[in-house]
Structures are given as C-alpha cells and as structure tokens.
Design a protein around this ligand. Structure first.
Ligand code: MLT
Length: 395
C-alpha cells in the first residue's frame, strides 16, 4: 500500500508486557501440560462481583428488556446517577470534585492511553519503574520522554528533586499507590509535585487505580492537595476496587479550571470522548453506582481485605527469607529484589520452571526495575498459599 504507518511504533517494544508474559506461560504450559501453574503475574482479580453489584446489574438488564425502561446510547460522559455517586465518593474521602468534572469511561487503561490525544507535543516526565502504558502511549504519539528514577533509596517515590532533565513544564505521570512497586506518596510527597507543577506550569496525570487499598492516613486522591484542581487530572477505576477488570468501568476527572495556553482541557476531553467513545452500557453503570453505595463499599472492602491477606502471606515469606521488598501494605503488589543479584527475567524463568509460579519481571516496568520482581495478591487465597509454600522451598 502507498500509505504511511505510524513510525513511532518502531520505538516501542514489539509486544505489550503482559502479552509477552502470557505467551511465555502458554509456551511453558504446552511443553508441560500437567504442570499446575499459579499466576501471580498480571494484576487481574479472581473474586466474583459482589451481590450488591450483581443485583443492581440484574435489575438494570431487566429494565433494558422492557419497552418503557429500555435505553439506547448512554450519555457520552456517563449517566448523571454515576457521576454524582463518584462525586459523593470523593466527598466521603475528604476532597471535593463536582460531578460535571467527572467523565465515566471503560477503564483507567483506556483513559491513560487516550489522554495524550488532547495534548500537543510536550515534554513528558515518567517515573521509572512504572505501569508501561504511560511510556508506550506517549511514544506512540511521538512525544519526548524524560524519566525520573525510583529506587530503594527514595522508596520508589521519586520527588521533583530527583528530576535530572531540568525544571520545565512537563506532563507528569504519577501512580500512587504505585504499580508496580506498591509504594505510596505521603501528603507532603504529593504536595511537592503539585507545588512543582504550579511553579513550572506542568500538568499532572494522577493514576489512582489502587486507592482503595490504602490503609494508612495518606491521600487517596491528588485533589486532597490544595491547588491540584489547577494542575492535575485524575484517572481511577472500578477494576481493582470492585473487581471490574472484566466488566470495564472507570472515570477521569478533568477539572474545569485546567487551562493550557487559553484552552480548557475539560472542553477538549469532552470533545474527544464525544467523538471517539460511545459510553459505558447502562447495566455496568448501575453496577458501578451500587459499588459506591454504603453496602457496596462494605462488600468491596471485604474483597480487598481478602487480597490484603494474600499480600501479607507473600510479604511474610519475603521477611522470613530476608529478601528486600516494598508494597503489600497499601497496595496489592509486592515488589521484591531478586535474590543473588539475578535479573528479573532470569528470576521469572526460575520461578516458572522450578515452582510453576508466574510473576512479573521488574524490567517490564522500565530500566530502573531491573533486578526487581512483582508478585500480585489478586490470586485466590488457596493458590497464594500454595505459591508461598513452593517459594518457601525454592528460595
Ligand atoms: C497490572 O498487572 O499491572 C495491571 O493489571 C494492568 C492493568 O491494570 O491494566
């Protein structure tokens, strides 16, 4: 054909991290059909949707089957009932986000990947290691990437003083609780980034997908920090909070005050969504609304406690073995230093071949992740206990 493909794709890895891991595990499983492989790699939930959510969705499906209550296209930015429920959720957690700033979507990953659509060519600042979607989606768009390094020394929560590429206006990505390291920014840590963004005219894209795992007195939202509504958007999700990884629903907050050179970002995001997205289906939005009710939150928290117990089993093993790790307390992820100076992929192969346990090599989250490894607590309690027993023998 005489058309041009997007040449920026030449600058990203050929396969997405979790596709690569899936392919390696499938290959192993084909060669060893009787092996019982335990998957603690991708952070995918295993508990079913709770009854509060299922009842609401069932009722909504029934409404769709009756002429009087049938609904066609959903509103592009989400039904008012869900936007209001999300706004109320922020209020309960101590911040104030008007429903009109909330845009319902099919999940945080899509919004992270799509947000660069409404931004021009900018300097991008991405922590290393971090969720690969930020780097990949900006590379696809041809943006110039700057990395700010997380390490055991800064607790994997790099601050503006760790920037080595100079002070300038950046589009800054922050994920807290962090994927993959499980590290969490304190109020002061987040304030430092908000102050930096206000001083330099930067935009923060804050990924709060794991906020429901927070147990300590630390911010669940960037909007708990004064001034954030002038410099930040926040992306969040029902995936980990309510077990919606397969159901798909999330949201992005784009404050009305965000102004990029005289252009309101909220207006552009609304325009982008209206053109390229047709909304989340009615039963799912009713399920999401139910997840945010008092009873729904209680049920979601039961599931999160279950995963927290899994995290504790893994963390206790690391402590017993004297292996350095972070995460697990305010996060479903345990981020550990591979023993004996092994690389992450080498450790991955060892765990797969000798214990049939799958994790995620730190290298998949950036160069600064080399020699580290991520285990997730989203498996079943039985599978996690079995994985811990196998690792106890192996390590
Ligand atoms: C992960 O394992 O990092 C997550 O499941 C990825 C995601 O949420 O898209």
């Amino acid at each position: 054909m005489n058309i041009n493909a997007n040449s920026n794709f030449a600058n990203i890895k050929e396969t997405y991290l979790f596709s690569e891991i899936g392919a390696r595990v499938r290959k192993y499983q084909e060669a060893n059909p009787s092996a019982s492989v335990i998957r603690l790699g991708i952070g995918d939930v295993t508990l079913p949707l709770n009854k509060v959510v299922v009842d609401a969705m069932t009722e909504a499906v029934a409404e769709m089957g009756v002429k009087e209550t049938f609904r066609g296209y959903p509103p592009e930015y989400g039904y008012d009932f869900l936007r209001q429920a999300i706004s109320d959720y922020y209020t309960r957690n101590g911040s104030s986000v008007p429903a009109s700033d909330i845009f319902v979507s099919d999940g945080a990953k899509s919004d992270c990947g799509n947000f660069p659509d409404i931004l021009g060519s900018n300097e991008i600042l991405i922590p290393d290691p971090v969720y690969p979607v930020y780097l990949d989606s900006n590379t696809m768009n041809g943006n110039h990437i700057n990395l700010v390094t997380g390490s055991a020394d800064n607790g994997f929560t790099p601050s503006p003083s760790d920037i080595t590429t100079g002070d300038k206006p950046y589009v800054i990505y922050i994920c807290s609780p962090n994927n993959p390291t499980g590290a969490v920014y304190t109020r002061d840590g987040l304030k430092a980034w908000v102050d930096y963004a206000l001083k330099t005219g930067s935009l923060i894209i804050f990924d709060a997908a794991y906020e429901a795992f927070i147990t300590e007195d630390i911010p669940h939202s960037i909007f708990e920090i004064e001034g954030a509504d002038q410099c930040a958007v926040e992306i969040c999700s029902f995936s980990k909070f309510a077990g919606f990884t397969g159901t798909r629903c999330g949201w992005t907050v784009v404050p009305s005050g965000l102004d990029a050179g005289g252009v309101k970002l909220q207006k552009l995001w609304a325009r982008r969504q209206a053109t390229k997205f047709n909304g989340v289906n009615y039963p799912v939005q009713r399920g999401a609304q139910a997840a945010l009710s008092v009873k729904g939150i209680e049920a979601c928290m039961e599931a999160i406690d279950y995963y927290r117990n899994n995290a504790k089993m893994i963390a206790d093993l690391m402590s017993k073995k004297g292996i350095w790790y972070t995460g697990g307390t305010n996060s479903p992820y345990i981020w550990l230093k591979c023993p004996n100076g092994m690389g992450g992929w080498e450790f991955f192969d060892m765990l797969l071949n000798e214990a049939q346990v799958v994790g995620t090599p730190g290298e998949g989250f950036g160069e600064a992740g080399a020699g580290f490894f991520r285990l997730t607590s989203f498996g079943s309690a039985e599978a996690t206990a079995e994985a811990v027993a196998r690792l106890d023998k192996l390590l």
